[in-house]
Design a protein. Structure first.
Length: 506
């Protein structure tokens, strides 16, 4: 099948040729004719499947007829993060190079004024994050009653980020008769409910099961203690010993962990950048660019910030924290082993992660091999909170107790695991030495640029984490807007938990 059979316009076909694409991907082949026939589409597809072009290409064809009016966009694409929104805009630049369409990006973190000017000029394609879009609408600067086509992209991530109420509000502002395309990587019941609300008699297209990880990915797990400094130490060792290492994305569950690990890796001489919701837009863009162009070899990210980003040729993915939800594991490791390239995904697994790993293995339908010794099972005695001589100072530990991403699905694991007494199995000096059990390719030294010139001694104490001083209130009337999308929401700890505790050494 070639692109010319899908009903796309000549201008679009010209741009596809220029992009060098020869054949449509399965989601493109299946979705494009239905989009052009004005059907609603439910697309269950992960990033990397070509799903963006599956809606951008027919949109360009459809938008060739008609003109935009001031403050009344003709089409609306909702994205959960600014980076994804910017990425979609880039695709319009690429595929829409033969068109003269007005495309506007309405995202948080940048000036209202410039966005407003674009809206006044009339917009054919409005790409937006939900919060900023509603801000413009509430100020009366934007009318959604002219939207002919609505695209909700990465719907399950919208759910994770607490954007569903915003999406539902936006759904009431667009005309009932519009066409809707709805993309999600997974289909939890809440997403099914939203899809049922938004879509009318949709064509359902599923291009790969959520649990299908590329066969080109070697997956491993490595046992660690749960203390942050032990995990960081193990991670450094693994990176330094990694075979065929080119670059890596390191995932943490919380943005504070992202910031801490970033600082730590820099202090240990690694060439690393961080991506999390607290960074301003220019810092996020600069970090991504440095990673994409190879200046930075390590990108430390939260799920929310990294979701859906198109970063080709990542050799390694590390789960510094095991994700609480198995779908996130699939998304994370899918950052490597793309487009037929091989990749390695290594998870650092503390005893407390046993249940999460079980769920992941169940979803993946496989057992993930261990590098070195398996993690010891957590026993009631080991979980009893007996103090150990080599524990970290209490102040640092207590500050690590926080929940996970704000608004996560159904509040799964919310703060629960961190309320249990802490326990460790692997002291720092016994951290497992990574074994490349699965490596088949010849040994290759890490590229010199991986580590920057040492700034400080390796044995320098890790930067300390301070207790969270701005706890999120338990009851918030509305989900906060996008800048704090991955804010831990279990961090509203009672004061007594944050009080220093004296631990007697054994
Ligand atoms: P997406 O799943 O939309 O993030 O797309 C993943 C990558 O695939 C992007 O870099 C696209 O430029 C690329 N891509 C999309 N469609 C095709 C195609 N038909 N052939 C080759 N590459 C494509």
């Amino acid at each position: 099948m070639s692109f010319s059979h899908l009903g796309l316009s000549d201008k679009v076909i010209g741009a596809i040729d220029a992009a060098g694409y020869k054949t449509p991907t399965p989601i493109q082949e299946q979705a494009i004719p239905h989009v052009l026939a004005r059907r609603d589409v439910l697309g269950i597809a992960q990033t990397g499947t070509g799903k963006t072009a599956a809606f951008v290409l027919p949109m360009l064809t459809m938008l060739e007829k008609g003109r935009a009016r001031a403050r009344m966009p003709r089409t609306l694409i909702l994205e959960p993060t600014r980076e994804l929104a910017a990425q979609v805009e880039e695709q319009f630049d690429k595929y829409g190079k033969n068109h003269k369409l007005n495309v506007a990006l309405i995202i948080g973190g940048v000036s209202f004024g410039d966005q407003d000017m674009k809206l006044v000029r009339g917009v054919d394609v409005l790409i937006a994050t939900p919060g900023r879009l509603l801000d413009h609408s509430e100020r009366g600067r934007l009318l959604l009653s002219g939207v002919e086509l609505l695209i909700i992209d990465e719907a399950d991530r919208m759910l994770d980020m607490g954007f569903i109420p915003d999406i539902e509000r936006i759904g009431k502002l667009v005309p009932f008769t519009r066409q809707t395309l709805f993309f999600t990587a997974t289909m939890p019941p809440e997403i099914q409910r939203i899809a049922d609300n938004f879509l009318h008699n949709p064509v359902r297209i599923e291009v790969s099961k959520p649990a299908t990880a590329a066969t080109t990915i070697t997956q491993l797990q490595c046992a660690v203690g749960r203390e942050g400094h032990e995990k960081r130490d193990t991670l450094r060792r693994i990176i330094r010993a990694a075979e065929n290492f080119k670059n890596a994305i390191i995932f943490c569950n919380r943005k504070r962990e992202v910031a801490l690990l970033h600082k730590s890796l820099i202090s240990h001489g690694f060439n690393a950048v961080a991506l999390h919701g607290d960074l301003d837009q220019s810092a996020r863009t600069a970090a991504l660019e440095a990673f994409r162009n190879g200046t930075a070899k390590l990108l430390i990210a939260s799920d929310v910030a990294a979701r859906g980003l198109d970063i080709p040729a990542v050799s390694h993915v590390f789960n510094f924290d095991v994700p609480h939800h198995p779908d996130d594991y699939v998304h994370r490791i899918g950052r490597t082993g793309r487009a037929g390239l091989t990749g390695t995904a290594i998870s650092l697994v503390a005893p407390i992660d046993a249940k999460s790993v079980q769920a992941i293995e169940k979803l993946m339908g496989m057992q993930i091999p261990w590098m070195g010794e398996p993690a010891k099972a957590e026993t009631p005695e080991s979980a009893s909170g007996e103090p150990r001589a080599n524990r970290r100072p209490q102040g640092e530990r207590s500050s690590e107790r926080s929940g996970e991403g704000r608004g996560s699905r159904g509040g799964r694991n919310r703060g629960g695991r961190d309320r249990q007494p802490r326990q460790d199995t692997a002291p720092q000096d016994q951290a497992p030495v990574p074994v490349q059990a699965e490596a088949k390719a010849p040994v290759e030294q890490p590229q010199p640029a991986l580590e920057q010139p040492r700034l400080r001694q390796d044995n320098r104490q890790e930067p300390r984490r301070r207790p969270d001083k701005s706890p999120v209130r338990a009851s918030q009337p509305q989900p906060k807007r996008e800048p704090v999308a991955d804010e831990p929401d279990g961090s509203h700890l009672p004061a007594f938990l944050l009080r220093p505790v004296t631990i007697k050494s054994a």
